[in-house]
Design a protein around this ligand. Sequence first.
Ligand code: SF4
Length: 316
Amino acid sequence: MRPEETSEWHTTDLTDHCPARVRLRLIGKISNRAPTAMVRGMAAGAALEFLHDHKVDEWGTERASIEDAINYGLCATRESVESDNRILTDAAEKALDSSIPKEMAPVLEAYVRRLGPIFEKTELIGTEVPIRLHDEGHGVQYASHLDLIVYDRKHGALGCGKGIVILDWKWRKDSPSKAYLARNQQFLLYWLACRYGKLLLKSPFGEVWQQLDEFPCMAWVHLPSLKPYTRKTVVKNDAGEEIEFKKGDDRPLRQIVRVVRFEETQAENALKSLSKKIEMYRKGFWPCNPDPVGCGICEAEDFCTRFDTVSLEGDE
Ligand code: SF4
């Protein structure tokens, strides 16, 4: 099948800054290596799923200890890498045994301590929830998974107001700018799917596709910001006052839970903008946007056109 004929489009296809890589991925031209950054995010996500599969008041106790969450995250990651036919790089193999569990421990400890009391005021809808959205007008079917979705009906405890909140766990070096979040197509798809699409949710009768018919609030959970400050810093606290934080102080919550409130009147434009990209792909337009940092760590680089002066086989 040609990549342009893909029937179900995923968030990775929309958010990858390089559509050339999307095309190469769709035709299987990517390496099967699983590098450290990838497995770190996977392990953290699985460990957090483990916590949310338990009652919040059990987090950090014998029933759902941090150690068990980490071990679950590491095992789930190894299983997932294997089932995807990927191969851990030597560095990732080493990191899974040593640095990743060490990095995860303080982050999970802070997640339990700081976000536990907040999640206690919410009601879990699900973790790793499959979603589908069909854009009839453009004949596009979208598919993805939500990391975490909760009802925050009574308290607005997550700072998003009252209602449904979709949270996405991210372990990235750089915290996203507001400008980036406002245009984040992964978040837009989740937001639209919650209102117009279907979610596969657990019910007493097993898993059932359900419509929630409600616009959620979106939140990027920046996991590295759960680590305390490593030096003296002056930034705004959660009350909006500029204060000095000392080494070892917790960072403000607003740096951890980055809330995005999309404008409901923009829903139609948002859907149009997602489908426009798919329309371009379908017409075989996969523009290449080389990136000064990204190309250096790109998993499709071996297969991607290059224009430099490296001599190729057959050259003089
Ligand atoms: S090497 Fe660069 S231009 Fe090519 S697919 Fe990767 S990121 Fe895109």
